[in-house]
Design a protein around this ligand. Structure first.
Ligand code: BES
Ligand code: MN
Ligand code: ZN
Length: 503
């Protein structure tokens, strides 16, 4: 999708489809309060041309309400799509993202190839709005039916952002470029997550990361079994041992010249299980096909590294993805086995289906060995997190309040939702081992927390946050602004988080 900025009278725009946002300005909360819809535009001529339509009462400004007009009077565009943004007082950049995504998905059902969206006049700054329009439009432009024989792969080729004539063109242009980088990187992640296990093995994931890295100028190395043995990553390797597909340890480095010599080094560590059968502790057949998305945490790190390489913040970042396929076989690990992680801790395997923490344990140790001073991991780690928070919020755990505060700020501006869960010492008791140091499963109760406590053992004293994205990495249904399928969750927040560390 190409993006461009034009600053001119909205009525003069010649587009296949012009999109404008309508807000409800009524602040009356009573039951029979009538909406007070207004086009959110500072362009007087444009709002005047639409006065009749608004007065008709057909347009209420209700959130994501869509009204399509053909050959609108007084406008040069072929169609006008009005989309509701809800109450004006609560309107945010995230509403704009969803509106842009909705506009794109709507336009695609009409086989349109281009659209023009007017920056709304609201409490959101023009630059933030322009960026949100582009991010949201990219998100709406993704369809997951890759292998359907009748796939149209219909895309929006061109998106025009219309700004007021007196707008600061330079800042809007920059905002649009940023939005396109982030939107395309989120879709890069979704593309990786969408692929089924037979098309996305650890080796293929490594190749995709390498190719992307070469394109954007990141250093990238991909290692396999020998390196795992050399680094004494017994925990990571144990997950891969049951599969003929070799594991991949993907290391991407972003080391900008402008970064402070002894400044922070952020480590982004992702779970990359390209298929999770559960191993010998095999999962039930029902729904197992979904376990192709068990590499979504790793894919989020790869997408975030892509955006970081292109946005060039002056802070060092190392991305590490631990990719393996978790299979049952004659060579697979067994419940009761003992595995030694890179830091020497002895792990008693209780359940081979708690494999994500095993690969991450070594990934976190390795990030420290490479010099990372602050750690973030992302993983589709536990069903228990889905039980706790459903499909709405991802879980976030932090051993450091500053890290949490930074990430919380980032997620709010990125329009993603993470809810903090605890890491009290008492939970550590639940993962004591009688034969070794730690068991890999604390059982059903508090399962998301005991998984996080397990990871904490490998972080040691480093400030760290853990993102459990099991419930939100895959959209269970179509929404007006995003297709059912891989969501690309965490990419936007991670990029925002990293940007916040610039010196
Ligand atoms: N990949 C799963 C977690 C998961 C569940 C992701 C649902 C996405 C949706 C993970 O490897 C797993 O199997 N976890 C077990 C842990 C248990 C055996 C301690 C779980 O959550 O049941
Ligand atoms: Mn599992
Ligand atoms: Zn898993």
């Amino acid at each position: 999708m190409k993006t461009k900025l034009v600053s001119s009278a909205v009525a003069d725009i010649q587009s296949e489809c012009l999109v404008a946002i309508v807000l409800d300005h009524n602040t009356d909360k009573s039951k029979d309060a009538k909406p007070d819809a207004k086009i959110a535009s500072a362009d007087f001529g444009f709002t005047e041309a639409l006065a009749d339509v608004i007065a008709s009462g057909d347009v209420t400004g209700k959130s994501l309400e869509t009204v399509l007009l053909h050959g609108p009077k007084g406008l040069k565009s072929k169609r006008l799509l009005l989309i509701g943004g809800g109450k004006a007082a609560k309107f945010s950049a995230d509403d704009i993202r969803k509106i842009a995504g909705t506009a794109v998905r709507y336009a695609k059902t009409k086989n349109l190839k281009s659209l023009a969206i007017a920056v709304p006049d609201s409490t959101v700054s023009a630059a933030d709005a322009a960026r949100a329009i582009v991010e949201g439009a990219f998100v709406g432009d993704f369809d997951p039916n890759y292998y359907a024989s009748d796939r149209k792969d219909q895309r929006i080729d061109e998106l025009t952002v219309i700004s007021a004539a007196n707008a600061d063109k330079k800042s809007l242009d920059a905002a649009i470029v940023t939005g396109a980088i982030i939107g395309a990187s989120q879709n890069f992640t979704r593309d990786l997550v969408n692929e089924p296990g037979n098309k996305m093995t650890p080796t293929i994931l490594g190749q995709r990361a390498k190719k992307m890295s070469d394109e954007v100028g990141l250093k990238c190395e991909v290692f396999s079994t020998d390196k795992l043995h050399e680094l004494k990553m017994g925990s990571f390797w144990s997950v891969s041992q049951g599969s003929p597909e070799p594991p991949a340890l993907i290391v991407m480095r972003y080391e900008p010249a402008g970064a402070k010599k002894d400044g922070p080094v952020l480590g982004l560590v992702g779970k990359g299980i390209t298929f999770d059968t559960g191993g010998i502790s095999i999962k039930p057949a029902d729904g197992m096909e979904k376990m192709k998305y068990d590499m979504a945490g790793g894919a989020a790190m790869i997408g975030a590294m892509r955006a970081i390489a292109l946005l060039k913040p002056n802070v060092k970042v190392i991305g590490i993805v631990c990719a393996a396929e978790n299979m049952p076989s004659g060579t697979a690990q067994k419940p009761g086995d003992i595995q030694f992680a890179m830091n020497g801790k002895a792990i008693e395997i209780i359940n081979t289906d708690a494999e994500g923490r095993l690969v991450l344990a070594d990934g976190l140790c390795y990030a420290r060995q490479l010099g990372c001073t602050h750690l973030v991991d992302a993983a589709t780690l536990t069903g228990a997190c889905v039980v706790a928070l459903g499909y709405v919020n991802a879980g976030i755990f932090a051993n450091d309040d500053d890290m949490y505060t930074r990430f919380n700020k980032a997620q709010q501006s990125a329009g993603e939702k993470f809810w903090r869960l605890p890491l009290d010492d008492e939970y550590r008791e639940m993962i004591k081992s009688g034969i070794g140091d730690i068991v890999n499963s604390g059982g059903r109760w508090g399962g998301a927390v005991t998984a996080a406590k397990f990871l904490q053992e490998f972080v040691e004293d480093k400030p760290w946050i853990h993102l459990d994205i099991a419930g939100v990495a895959w959209m269970e249904e179509n929404k007006p602004w995003i297709a059912k399928g891989p969501s690309g969750i965490a990419v936007r927040s991670l990029v925002e988080f990293v940007n916040g560390w610039q010196s």
